[in-house]
Design a protein around this ligand. Sequence first.
Ligand code: TXA
Ligand code: MG
Length: 326
Amino acid sequence: MTNTRLLTSVPEAAEMLRAGELVAFPTETVYGLGADATKPESVARIFESKGRPSFDPLIVHTHSINRVRGLVRDWPHAAQLLAERFWPGPLTLVLPKTDQIPDIVTAGLPGTGLRIPEHPVARDLLQQADIPVAAPSANPFSGISPTTAQHVLDGLGGRIDAVLDGGPTTVGLESTVVSLMEDQPSLLRPGGLPPEEIEAVVGPLRRVAVDPEQPDAAQPAPGMLSRHYAPGTQLTLCPWETELPAPPTDNSGLLTWGPTAAPAGYAAVERLSEDDCLVTCAANLFAAMRSLDSQDLDAIIAAGFPEQGLGIAMNDRLRRAASKEK
Ligand code: TXA
Ligand code: MG
């Protein structure tokens, strides 16, 4: 066990990262578990503390396009267009890596995921540390991503060196991951930046995003395991435009959104937003899943979203949470 420190000082957190320690920090998407991406031993501790399999690659975070360009072999025109338009922000680009990024970061793949986060605390931290920071979401493997410092402590307290508290995250969904390893950009993971916005800049994305019902071996994006974002309580997804069912037992929970009244009889109801605002829903989704999961319910029924904009990523997370495959 390690004594996990709760920090509010960015310089202290930056110093710890530079010293090779594991520091969780806020980004606008979710909290990340950071380590110096150039130190294989520090990166190895990320995998160990999360219980994450070593074939699941990590995203490298930096503070400027210049820094990113120093870490990649190739900078295609699409990278320039997307970086100018969406960085800093909830977009990760996969590009051919240089030797500065050790193989453990990319799970041996030739490409590395790169992101410049927008959260002011993350930007300060990355600037002051001035090293590339490898950071997965700061949760135990296959659990729900953390959107507050307390969520991080609940999952990884005693296993990591510090958490830098920057309040609740605003986007609430992980970044959208786009690979630029081939001529046509491909969508590896839907996330906090709607794919339609990316397509408006670089044209159609190849949709290789994964069907959670397919076996993992067949999946083109490593690390997109079917059962992920998973609460302990069994979750069932009720697709968009399908009527919400009556509670399956008298101790069931409902995860819903929008103005429609909940069917009677649910023991617990989490409403992500009172109106149809998907941005609000995304910001509240993971905290609401945690809250329902903590209430010892028999089952959770979740209302799905229209398959557009942020609804694409939210449906993806709910389908994974509902997947029974390990
Ligand atoms: O918003 C986010 O992306 C958060 C914050 C902390 O930045 N990070 C995050 O990391 O969600 P993580 O490790 O939980 O998810 C990263 C996923 C991997 O599982 C994989 O699907 C994809 O991004 N990925 C990362 N590097 C990749 C690479 N080199 N090639 C292909 N996919 C990659
Ligand atoms: Mg994750």
